[in-house]
Write a protein that binds this ligand. Structure first.
Ligand code: AMP
Ligand code: ZN
Length: 111
């Protein structure tokens, strides 16, 4: 998608603080972190949201493989939270599927 900010990051047209990449996805630090560790895991394919993931176990599998990889690499042994916001009520602000990986402090009980 031409005007999608995450597609531009994936193409290298906008800089990002990349922490991991493979053929299916990229992971970079959130520009406005809500926790000491706040990484966005973003499939390279422009998929709008988790509402479009039916039958896409290749994507969901790759995302959670990356979560496990990052949790090990970043020593997140105290735990972490993975969140994906979907649509208006889910307060999704970037319409390109992404998963927030939050860690590094005891997170709020509120989801
Ligand atoms: P969401 O509200 O779930 O759609 O999350 C979008 C996230 O993208 C927010 O946490 C933003 O801080 C983050 N974000 C927006 N633009 C950038 C950017 N250029 N680089 C890194 N993170 C970004
Ligand atoms: Zn996109």
């Amino acid at each position: 998608m031409n005007d999608c900010i995450f597609c531009k990051i994936i193409k290298g047209e906008i800089p990002s603080s990349k922490v991991y990449e493979n053929e299916k996805l990229i992971a970079f630090n959130d520009i406005s972190p809500k926790a000491p560790t706040h990484i966005l895991i973003v499939p390279k394919e422009h998929i709008e949201s988790s509402a479009c993931l039916s039958g896409r176990e290749d994507i969901s599998g790759a995302v959670f493989n990356a979560v496990a990889h990052l949790a090990k690499e970043l020593n997140l042994e105290n735990g972490f939270r993975v969140v994906t916001n979907c649509g208006r009520d889910g307060r999704q602000s970037v319409p390109h599927l992404h998963f927030h990986l939050l860690a590094g402090k005891e997170l709020s009980e509120d989801m």
